[in-house]
Design a protein around this ligand. Structure first.
Ligand SMILES: *[C@@H]1O[C@H](CO)[C@@H](O)[C@H](O)[C@H]1NC(C)=O
Ligand SMILES: *[C@@H]1O[C@H](CO)[C@@H](O)[C@H](O)[C@H]1NC(C)=O
Length: 313
């Protein structure tokens, strides 16, 4: 099936909004995909169980993202993941042809620190050329994206929720971030140059690597000083959010269950309507409102970000 996204023009990264150059030497491949193996080797999986959602039901945010990407909600299998380190399940939505299996998805996501995982709501997986985008604390993942893409997209939610709001919301627009950015001579890659928010999300990947991989970011980037104030500010102000261990303390409520198909005729047998209430063991985080479009970042076959396209919901 042709995805609607395929009909949209792919744009290379054009006007860089940030005026600092990309770090030299570049990270291998001039993106952050080279940080993936180190992250996977040093982040332990979290034990979990998973089960399918009530037949015929889909979280409303999943439905709008899937339809925006040109797919039928009937081809989506929503599933719950119960991780041992969080009282509240996550509900993700996977297209039956996604190259990432449920097992791969719960493994990659479960390796990320739980205090980081707790800031996102639905992750949605569809087939297609590798790309990803965040909207309303949900993430649309296309193709076989890796752990660095998961960390980057969650980084957008961290930017909005994981800091003391007095430093600015999102944090990447506030004075602490901008003044430390000003002390550095570079940004990690061309993707980071596109905006302070994308820069922050890329620095989330750098900071996570710096914290969990022995020897830190200097083991892969000899000129780490050129971006030091940015990732060190993120590390300092976000504290243990990017450190593995502990349990979730906060969560977002899942979006409301809606039926997969509108017409009664084409409806699959409808199971009991799933409950989306939040466990009393976690405090509620108010989600960023969903916007009517998602800017997707596309990646080449080596995982290097190579452009953007927009999906309208
Ligand atoms: C994926 O990219 C190729 C070009 O590299 C294009 O021909 C194809 O239509 C794309 N597929 C989708 C689903 O966008
Ligand atoms: C990015 O790379 C993918 C895979 O090679 C390709 O399909 C897509 O057209 C490229 N996008 C741009 C904007 O060059």
């Amino acid at each position: 099936m042709a995805s609607k996204a395929a009909l949209l023009s792919l744009l290379p990264f054009v006007a860089a909004n940030l005026n600092k150059p990309v770090i030299t030497p570049n990270f291998p491949g001039n993106g952050l995909a080279s940080l993936g193996p180190g992250l996977m080797n040093n982040l332990a999986p979290t034990h979990s169980t998973w089960d399918d959602w009530g037949a015929g039901w889909i979280p409303s945010d999943c439905k709008s993202m899937v339809q925006g990407a040109g797919f039928s909600p009937n081809d989506i299998i929503p599933f719950n993941i119960h991780y041992d380190d969080c009282a509240q399940t996550w509900t993700f939505c996977r297209h039956k042809n996604s190259p990432l299996s449920e097992i791969q998805i719960l493994d990659i996501f479960g390796r990320l620190p739980v205090r980081m995982r707790q800031f996102v709501r639905h992750l949605v997986f569809v087939p297609g050329n590798k790309s990803a985008g965040s909207n309303g604390d949900n993430v649309l993942m296309v193709g076989d994206v890796d752990v660095t893409v998961f960390a980057h997209e969650i980084g957008h939610s961290l930017d909005s929720h994981a800091f003391d709001p007095s430093y600015g919301v999102p944090f990447s627009t506030g004075n602490v971030w901008v003044s430390n950015y000003n002390l550095d001579s570079a940004v990690p890659d061309p993707y980071a140059q596109s905006s302070q928010q994308e820069n922050f999300a890329q620095q989330t990947v750098v900071s996570l690597y710096d914290k969990v991989v022995p020897g830190g970011i200097g083991t892969i980037q000899p000129n780490w000083q050129a971006i030091f104030h940015q990732y060190a500010t993120l590390e300092g102000y976000i504290g243990n959010v990017i450190i593995p261990g502990g349990t979730c303390t906060h969560r977002l409520t899942d979006s409301a269950p809606v039926t997969m198909s509108g017409s009664k005729k084409s409806r699959r047998a409808l199971g009991p309507k799933p409950k989306v209430s939040l466990s009393p063991e976690v405090k509620e985080i108010e989600a960023i409102p969903m916007e009517s479009s998602i800017t997707m970042t596309s990646f080449d076959e080596h995982g290097k970000p190579n452009g953007t396209y927009v999906i309208h919901l």
